[in-house]
Design a protein around this ligand. Sequence first.
Ligand code: ZN
Ligand code: ZN
Length: 343
Amino acid sequence: MRPDLLSLTRAGLCCPAGDFFIDPLRPVARALITHGHSDHARAGHGQVLATRETLAIMALRLGPEFAGSTQAVAYGETLRLGAIEVSFHPAGHVLGSAQIRIAGAGIVVVASGDYKREADPTCAAFEPLACDVFITEATFGLPVFRHARAGAEIEKLLASQRLFPERAHLVGAYALGKAQRLIALLRAAGYDRPIYLHGAIEKPTALYAAEGIELGDLRSAAASDRAKLAGEIVICPPGALQDLWSRKFPDPVACFASGWMRVRARARQRGIELPLVISDHADWDGLTETVKETGCRKLLVTHGEAEALVHWARGEGLEAEPLHLLGYGDEEADAAPVAEAEA
Ligand SMILES: [Zn+2]
Ligand SMILES: [Zn+2]
């Protein structure tokens, strides 16, 4: 990778002129964090700069001592770090998620973290930014990935809930972001019954509610008689669907909300009766349209289906390189986030 303000180190993307790292994979003196998912937001940095919401998520997940010091940065606020101007802009991925724009020496680089383009009632909408170099993920970076509209998937869930009043609908959803988006989408679709939460979903959901996201009447599944939850919707981490925990519900319908549910074999493998293609990552059209919108001359792909997106970008006349950054995972595929979410 050529200078362009950032260099690739063992700790991840580094900006020497500003003396900081973006979403570093190991402890560093100063980290700029795009969002609160565990593969991007790690403990042990000297100083962390992030949005106020991301800092709150990190404190919840990692404990209040997760960094030596923290600085909250508002969307659109410009900071000066060394010779570099830095600002955070909405990425539309989860609450507080940000793209990080860095400018210096006449070059603008945008590191987008994880992002999506579809509207999400639980976070600020992705803001397209003009730049010279755009750094993107490519979790769903293959032309076969075209996510359905989330609203249409929610209608499927509600149709099934009406059709099977004697069964409980258990919806597997990643505990931070996806679960709260599902609840908000159900509310937007007019569903006003109580929604039941697995223990691992409760704390992140309380954080969203405290941030003013309207989620309606929520109940603890642990505090309820599970055998009596026929006709109800219960949100749980994907891993809990296969647990003994799920068997106490009346004839449960196993549902899973993830972009990977586009792949039938994945749904079958996991015994999912009702797959819901709801993703917090951009699909192929979202990725390629975003790259075009930035007007960038160079594209760097951090992780995911990097080769396909790089190939596409070169065809569009851009300079493009995969960075092969190991260590960024994919929360949508995660089968066992239970332990982490409860920690
Ligand atoms: Zn993420
Ligand atoms: Zn990620």
